[in-house]
Each structure stands twice: as structure tokens, then as C-alpha cells.
Design a protein around this ligand. Structure first.
Ligand SMILES: [Zn+2]
Length: 303
């Protein structure tokens, strides 16, 4: 064997022996929605390398896993997803992953059943949009702390400390949100959007919430429900309707024309904004930025 082929052979052997993906000693985590990704990054700090499958503007209800997503899930050491059927088309994939991997977690599992909503329109299932009540999302922090600590017990203290800090920041955010919502008199707190993503938001911050589609975006709005909504908007003298960044705005725009009211802005519902996109000093690609953007937009438009 000459020198070059010996070198190539050594290189080949070192490549084969190297770990499948080197995350610099960090835990390789794969997540689904941008809210889950943000939460795991915040709690995991520099112990995790997080790959989120769904970015800004992506609708999780309709999302199907691509071949490269499956690879990302297979290469992950830990998987976190929202659960409560939010990622409707990925359930089978998670079930399969859970059989071969021990560390697959639905982060909403630490929210108690009595705190979950079960709207009639979702046919006996729980409403998955828990992140819009900051106090419920704060409970999901515990799933992330538990999951990461189970995978890497030596960092348990680190994850617990960061989890507590995250929850403290959320307590402050919740107070801010309550104060912001209170700028509107109660009768003006009517939120009309494309799909039923805001039931927990409504319960937490005192809004009557009307979604044109059901809980999931799978079902399209019928003509009858659109006509009903136009009547409702006129009767209640609602000042504005809202479109969502991850749902088609067509139906809401039509209702706004038919009812003669404006579209008050675009809300983040099932996906956050693009990281690094700054508005009034907060980053729209973070959970805090998402909540603040939504409340500011709603309160300004309905005033
Ligand atoms: Zn949704």
C-alpha cells in the first residue's frame, strides 16, 4: 500500500468511527413548531443543539414529514413536540419513534386535563393551542426540564435552574398581557380570526373568541358560517378582524369587505415570526415577541 492509499484508508476509518452527527458534545434535539423550538432552546441553553422542523408561517395541522424531516427525527437523541394532536399528520411518525427511541415527549403532557379546553367543534379532542395562555405554557417548561434531565441526568440542576428562570419570565409576561388586555373595555374584547387558535387566550385574558374555521385548519369555512359571521360582526359592532400568519387570509378578507370593517392586522397563531425580526424592541421569532405582537395588534385595532 502506498502512502496516499494508506492515508485515504485511515481517513475512511476515522469517518466510519466518528459519531453520526457531531453536535460538539451537545444533546441533539429535534422539535416541531417554532414555539416548541424556542422553549427547548431557552431551557436547554448551551447543552442542546435544536433542529426545528417548522419555521415561520408553517401550519402544523397540515404539516407532513418530508424524507429529510424523518432523517432529522431519526438522528435526534431527544424529540419534543406539542401534542394534543396539533401535529395531526405526524402522530404515526412520533408513535414509531417512541417505539425505537425512549426520549420522545409531548410537552403539553404536564398541563393537567382539568385545565384543558374541549370545544364542541373539535369532536371530543382537547384544544391543542395552549401556548396562548402564558400560565399553561409555563407548565410545559416542566416537560422540557424532565425530558432533558432524563436524557442527561448530570445536567439536571442546570436544566432546573433555567426552567425556573424561564417560568419567572413567563409570570412577568402573563402580568404584562393581563394589563395590556385591560386597556380595552370588556365589551370591546371580541377577537375574530381565521381558525380557533385563541380559546385559551380568550379564557386567560378575557376575550370572546370567534374562529371562522374549527380548531384545526383542515376544515374549510363554509359559506353559511361566513354569512353568520358577517351578521355577528355587524350586530356586535366589532371594529376589526384579524388574519393569521400561518393560515390563508382569503375568507377573513372577504368577511371584512362584506361586513364593512377593517382587517386589524396579522396575528401569529400556530407559528412565531422570523428570528431577528424586531418590532418595538422585541424579537418576533421568540415566544415573548409573539405574545406581545399579538396583544399590541389586537388592542390597538379594537380601541
Ligand atoms: Zn391551530
Amino acid at each position: 500500500m502506498n502512502k496516499i492509499s494508506a492515508f485515504l484508508l485511515a481517513l475512511l476509518i476515522s469517518l466510519i468511527l466518528a459519531p453520526a452527527a457531531d453536535a460538539g458534545g451537545k444533546i441533539r434535539v429535534t422539535t416541531t413548531t417554532s414555539m416548541v423550538t424556542d422553549l427547548v432552546k431557552t431551557v436547554g441553553g448551551d447543552r442542546v443543539e435544536v433542529t426545528g422542523l417548522m419555521g415561520a408561517g408553517v401550519d402544523p395541522h397540515l404539516y407532513k414529514a418530508s424524507a429529510s424531516d424523518i432523517t432529522k427525527l431519526q438522528r435526534a437523541e431527544v424529540i419534543f413536540y406539542n401534542g394534543l394532536l396539533l401535529e395531526g399528520k405526524l402522530q404515526d411518525v412520533f408513535a414509531k419513534m417512541a417505539r425505537t427511541k425512549k426520549h420522545v415527549y409531548a410537552i403539553t403532557e404536564t398541563v393537567s386535563e382539568k385545565e384543558l379546553l374541549e370545544p364542541a367543534s373539535f369532536g371530543g379532542h382537547y384544544d391543542p393551542h395552549v401556548w396562548f395562555d402564558v400560565t399553561l405554557w409555563s407548565k410545559c417548561v416542566e416537560s422540557v426540564v424532565q425530558g432533558l434531565s432524563e436524557y442527561e441526568p448530570k445536567s439536571k440542576g442546570y436544566f432546573e435552574k433555567r426552567g425556573k428562570e424561564t417560568q419567572a419570565a413567563m409570570r412577568e409576561l402573563h402580568q404584562w398581557a393581563k394589563k395590556k388586555a385591560a386597556e380595552l373595555p370588556e365589551e370591546k374584547r371580541i377577537l375574530i380570526t381565521s381558525h380557533d387558535a385563541f380559546n385559551y387566550f380568550g379564557r386567560a385574558y378575557g376575550f370572546k373568541v370567534v374562529g371562522l374555521q374549527g380548531i384545526s385548519t383542515v376544515e374549510e369555512a363554509s359559506l353559511a358560517s361566513m354569512t353568520k359571521l358577517v351578521d355577528f360582526v355587524k350586530e356586535q359592532r366589532v371594529k376589526a378582524l384579524f388574519v393569521e400568519s400561518s393560515v390563508s387570509p382569503v375568507a377573513i378578507k372577504r368577511i371584512s369587505e362584506d361586513a364593512g370593517v377593517k382587517v386589524g392586522g396579522e396575528l401569529f397563531s400556530d407559528a412565531m415570526g422570523t428570528p431577528g425580526q424586531i418590532e418595538n424592541g422585541y424579537d418576533l421569532g421568540t415566544y415573548e415577541g409573539m405574545i406581545k405582537h399579538n396583544l399590541n395588534t389586537i388592542v390597538e385595532a379594537l380601541k
